[in-house]
Design a protein around this ligand. Structure first.
Ligand code: PRX
Length: 658
């Protein structure tokens, strides 16, 4: 049962508007109309093995065919496409060359300062091969973990594909994480090599990366790391340690353009990506080769209904799962043109997104609700001053989107002319799970609509029983799917316990609990309400309250800390930290700022609390558990409702209120 049984999942939203796919969208789409979607859904449900086998055979190249579709003999540890041999880098590159698409643009990249680089599939193939060979020359072999700590430059995608080509799993660490967070991830995965850059450009400034890598590796604190490969981006002075550090431009370009893709077992590890959960340190989510490839490929094809002439742009960073699945692997596996942009809207160019769409004729645009809400606040004049006519499909990901923002997006950016796809999924799911299909699904503002074919999503109560329509509950997945995470790196017990045993139905069935609360309406549409565990979603970035609390208590002035999210009109949630001090007389604005800085240094700027509230004591139950529900209400300025009888000391609540 979920840890915080005090959490009430309720939904007050009633949304009656409905938008049907236009006849034109329907006519052109691969999946034409809701009946076709339902037919596919039924097929997948009736005979999942046949459904997935057909998809895998049709959509991927196999060096050797698989003999079994799903091995679920040791649940929840799934094996997909047993005995099959494939390679993600081959599927993303070589097969497009073989299909006559060598000269099609694979990546269009624009840097924040406005520099542009483009790669055809042939050019990308050559860059990837050279990089694979460079990695080999640095001693990287199949199974060795390679960490990436990169700005949004083409070399990030090239390095990922180069790793996949030679069977070296990658672990991409978002460039906004601190050197401490990087060090933890390098050590947890026992990375052999780090690929980084001197720095990158962000919001009219440069950010430095290599110095953080140096700090993470200082004093031999990551003994597994033998070498560092450094891309020159900002041209700022960085230190290069002989024998350990190598410039990309000194060793990659001279390599051979030939590097055959290594046939990988379907279940060979493809990557590890760390994400936050309710407890403990961030978890290394493990994805494997064939299942992940199929799921990112198929979902990209279905949801964006990709066509040859499309220019597709996802605004995420490759440091997150969205960047993995929908900047790099999904689009390239489909032979699409994917745009990578280093910048974000910033004081010198608030219309940066719209400028990029206009300049590169972007036809599919995929972004986060936070960005939409920020634009909404500044009004339509700015986007209206750009030509966005090239857009034909727009999507969102990462957080619940409120109907108002959805409508604004559809109207102002989509000119009431583009289907809106609100896609629900997670790092753990590998690819999208619940989303409209543009030519098939009528949409309702704020709803991710219906599960994709093959996905058995449900809403249950804490006992695992399905709840009635329109009743809130826990969003679960009942059957395995190819893109599912395989385990938590180094901690299979945690995988089993946190995802598959959190909700235990009486009949003993295993169901995957995603961490989200949701409801399903009478039409079967899903309305995701957000996390019901101790995870905060700030601007689509997922952070565990416990990590932030640990960072706070590592400061010498802090005795105890409890972190909660409060509603934020733009970011979705903002971080509020309740802190008790070793010496309460020390509370001051200066200390509050120091603590915010401290969290930034320990984890990264994305984890900096918006607010620190000093208090003499935290509200606890008699058994010593912090009553976060009360803190959440207090942080949001709401009346504390519900049972407070288990509070050990009611006066604590009174004091916090005042
Ligand atoms: O709470 C859900 C929210 O983001 C969480 C997953 O975060 P992460 O693993 O970082 O992946 C983000 C990109 C897929 C989910 O548990 N979330 C994601 N998409 C949506 C969403 N919440 C509501 N609606 C969505 N479309």
């Amino acid at each position: 049962m979920p840890a915080d049984s005090n959490i009430q999942i309720e939904s007050v939203l009633q949304e009656e508007r409905i938008f049907h796919p236009s006849t034109e969208a329907q006519k052109q789409a691969r999946i034409k109309g809701i009946d076709e979607y339902r037919k596919m859904f039924k097929l997948a449900d009736a005979d999942p093995d046949a459904f997935w086998a057909k998809a895998a055979k049709e959509e991927l190249h196999w060096f050797e065919p698989f003999t079994k579709v799903l091995d679920w003999s040791n649940p929840p540890f799934a094996k997909w496409f047993t005995d099959g041999k494939t390679n993600l880098s081959f599927n993303c590159l070589d097969r497009h060359l073989l299909n006559g698409n060598s000269n099609k643009e694979a990546i269009i990249w624009e840097g924040e300062p406005g520099d542009i680089r483009k790669f055809t599939y042939k050019e990308l193939h050559s860059e990837v091969c050279k990089t694979s060979n460079a990695l080999k020359s640095l001693g990287i072999r199949k199974g060795d973990l390679v960490a990436l700590y990169m700005p949004m430059v083409p070399e990030a995608a090239i390095a990922m594909l180069a790793c996949a080509r030679i069977g070296a799993p990658h672990s991409v660490v978002f460039g906004g994480f601190s050197s401490e967070a990087l060090r933890d991830r390098l050590n947890d995965g026992e990375a052999k090599l780090v690929i980084t850059a001197d720095g990158g450009f962000r919001k009219d400034k440069t950010i430095s990366l290599k110095p953080s890598v140096d700090a993470a590796l200082d004093n031999n604190s990551c003994p597994s790391v033998k070498s560092v490969l450094v891309v020159k981006r900002t041209k700022e002075e960085v230190s290069i340690k002989p024998g350990r550090d190598y410039w990309w431009h000194e060793i990659v370009p001279s390599q051979s353009e030939e590097c055959p893709a290594l046939p990988m077992d379907s279940e060979d590890r493809l990557f590890v990506l760390y994400t936050s959960g309710s407890t403990g340190k961030p978890k290394g989510v493990v994805h494997t080769t064939a299942g992940y490839n199929l799921w990112s490929h198929l979902t990209f094809k279905w949801i964006f209904d990709i066509r040859d002439e499309d220019v597709y742009w996802c605004t995420a960073d490759v440091g997150w799962i969205t960047g993995h699945s929908y900047i790099v692997y999904g689009p390239l596996s489909n032979g699409a043109t994917t745009l990578m942009y280093e910048g974000v809207p910033r004081p010198s160019n608030p219309g940066a997104f719209w400028e990029v769409i206009e300049k590169h004729n972007v036809s599919i645009f995929y972004t986060a609700p936070t960005a939409i809400r920020a634009f909404m606040k500044t009004g339509r004049t700015l986007p209206d001053s750009y030509n966005l006519e090239s857009l034909r499909l727009i999507g969102t990901v990462g957080e619940p989107i409120n109907p108002e923002a959805w409508m604004w997006y559809r109207d102002v950016i989509g000119r009431n002319n583009c289907p809106v796809v609100d896609t629900w999924w997670q790092t753990e799911t590998g690819g999208v799970m619940i989303s409209p299909l543009p030519g098939a699904t009528p949409t309702k503002p704020g709803s991710a609509t219906l599960p994709l074919p093959g996905i058995q999503a449900d809403i249950v109560n804490a006992e695992g029983d399905p709840v009635a329509a329109d009743e809130g509950g826990y969003l679960v997945i009942r059957k395995p799917w190819p893109g599912m995470m395989r385990t938590v790196h180094g901690d299979p017990k945690r995988f089993r316990e946190s995802y598959w045993e959190f909700i235990k139905p009486d009949d003993g069935s295993l169901i995957y609990f995603a961490g989200d609360g949701a409801r399903r309406d009478k039409d079967g549409y899903f309305w995701v309400m957000g996390r019901v565990d101790d995870v905060i979603n700030v601007s689509g970035h997922r952070l565990g309250t416990m990590e932030i609390e640990s960072a706070l208590v590592s400061h010498s002035s802090v005795s105890e800390a409890a972190v909660v999210g409060r509603v934020d009109q733009i970011k979705g949630e903002a971080i509020v930290a309740f802190v008790t001090l070793e010496n309460s007389s020390n509370s001051s604005d200066a200390l509050s700022n120091e603590l915010k800085e401290h969290v930034g240094k320990e984890i990264g700027v994305i984890a900096r609390p918006a607010e620190i509230k000093f208090t003499d004591a935290l509200p606890k139950t008699r058994s010593g558990k912090i009553m976060r529900r009360l803190l959440r209400s207090l942080a949001s300025g709401k009346e504390v409702t519900g049972d407070t009888s288990t509070l050990e000391d009611v006066s604590v609540l009174e004091k916090l209120r005042s």
